[in-house]
Design a protein around this ligand. Structure first.
Ligand code: NAD
Ligand code: UDP
Length: 314
């Protein structure tokens, strides 16, 4: 099986490439290295089944593949708001290019959509049937609306051209290979706590997220790709254990073992107040549920950042 992973040098993509190679796939990792790093896949270079292509999916590409995991898109608010026009081009034009490729070579294609399609949700927890509450003109829209259009394109190529599509909606995920400069909350808190700096909390810290460990999410993505033909999703994948951002900060300080403190900063615009996945569909159709508790996953992630910061052994 020849498999294309767009965004393969990113946080999730690099773990996915590794798992696919372990399962005997031939893997083409395609990335423009905007938020991904060569270092994430360096250990895979030299494997004869692995190939890296530097390419921007906003431009078309011709490849012969059987399956496409379509992940390419910056996911951290800091990264996707850096060049919002490019972010939405990546989701819209990039998805059209990948769907065109899937159509031409009859490949199955899976989109990693996001819980952000629910915006600041008025339904809690969020089920796949909820249509969401997204600000179409806010600073997060380039990402949220981009992913909503990408989902729409997936379903239209499926209905109009019979493309074999799969959609997963991923909730906040963390783990090793997150970059120090990633900008998302888990990496920011781990790095600040280890350095003995103040952990920045936007707002009062009472907003919630449900954090899933990377290996659980990769497992769910691969199960979805292998699910029965004709089952398109979308399927929520995430860990339903919900935490306030203040809880997370306290946990990070406990595990870092350094003297750190919290700094309260003004809230970010359009920051969703609550987020928790309903994963009944994933349980039923994929036979999947997350196994890693936050305390366990955060310890592993803290060790990763200790190594990244050169603090290992202390
Ligand atoms: P990431 O930023 O680490 O990875 C994204 C990768 O895509 C990077 O390697 C980046 O260089 C690449 N990329 C971006 N624009 C590109 C372009 N135009 N052409 C080619 N490559 C491009 O983020 P991640 O956390 O690994 O997220 C991967 C996917 O999962 C994204 O689609 C994201 O929306 C989705 N997702 C992630 C989470 C999460 O919590 N990690 C949650 C929901 C959805
Ligand atoms: N957050 C925070 N400090 C940080 C980064 C994020 O308090 O250094 C908060 C942010 O305001 C949001 C939550 O943590 O409420 C999750 O933010 P993140 O950027 O990780 O992802 P989001 O789920 O908002 O896309």
């Amino acid at each position: 099986m020849r498999t294309l992973v767009t965004g393969g040098a990113g946080f999730l993509g690099s773990h996915l490439c590794e798992r696919l190679l372990n399962d005997g796939h031939e893997v083409i990792c395609l990335d423009n290295f905007f938020s991904g790093r060569r270092a994430n896949v360096r250990h895979l270079i030299g494997n004869s089944n692995f190939e890296i292509v530097r390419h921007d999916i906003v431009e078309p590409i011709l490849l012969e593949v059987d399956r496409i995991y379509h992940l390419a898109c910056p996911a951290s608010p800091v990264h996707y708001q850096y060049n919002p026009v490019k972010t939405i081009k990546t989701s819209v034009m990039g998805s059209i290019n990948m769907l065109g490729l899937a159509k031409r070579v009859h490949a199955r294609i899976l989109l990693t959509s996001t819980s952000e399609v629910y915006g600041d949700p008025e339904q809690h927890p969020q089920t796949e049937s909820y249509w969401g509450h997204v600000n179409p003109i806010g600073v997060r829209s380039c990402y949220d609306e981009g992913k909503r259009v990408a989902e729409c394109l997936m379903m239209d190529y499926h209905r109009q051209n019979n493309v074999d599509v799969k959609i997963v909606r991923i909730f906040n995920t963390y783990g090793p290979r997150m970059a120090i400069s990633d900008g998302r909350v888990v990496s920011n808190f781990c790095v600040a706590a280890l350095k003995g700096e103040k952990l920045p909390i936007y707002g009062d810290g009472q907003q919630t997220r449900s954090f899933a460990f990377v290996s659980d999410i990769i497992d769910a993505i691969m199960r979805m790709m292998d699910s029965e033909e004709g089952f398109t999703g979308p399927v929520n994948i995430g860990n339903p254990d919900e935490f306030t951002i203040l809880d997370l900060a306290k946990l990070a300080m406990e595990f870092a073992g350094a003297a750190a403190d919290i700094e309260f900063l003004p809230p970010r615009p359009d920051d969703p107040i609550r987020r928790r996945p309903d994963i009944a569909l994933a349980r039923r159709v994929l036979g999947w549920e997350p196994r890693t508790k936050l305390r366990e996953g955060l310890k592993i992630t803290m060790d990763h950042f200790r190594r990244e910061l050169g603090l290992a052994g202390r």
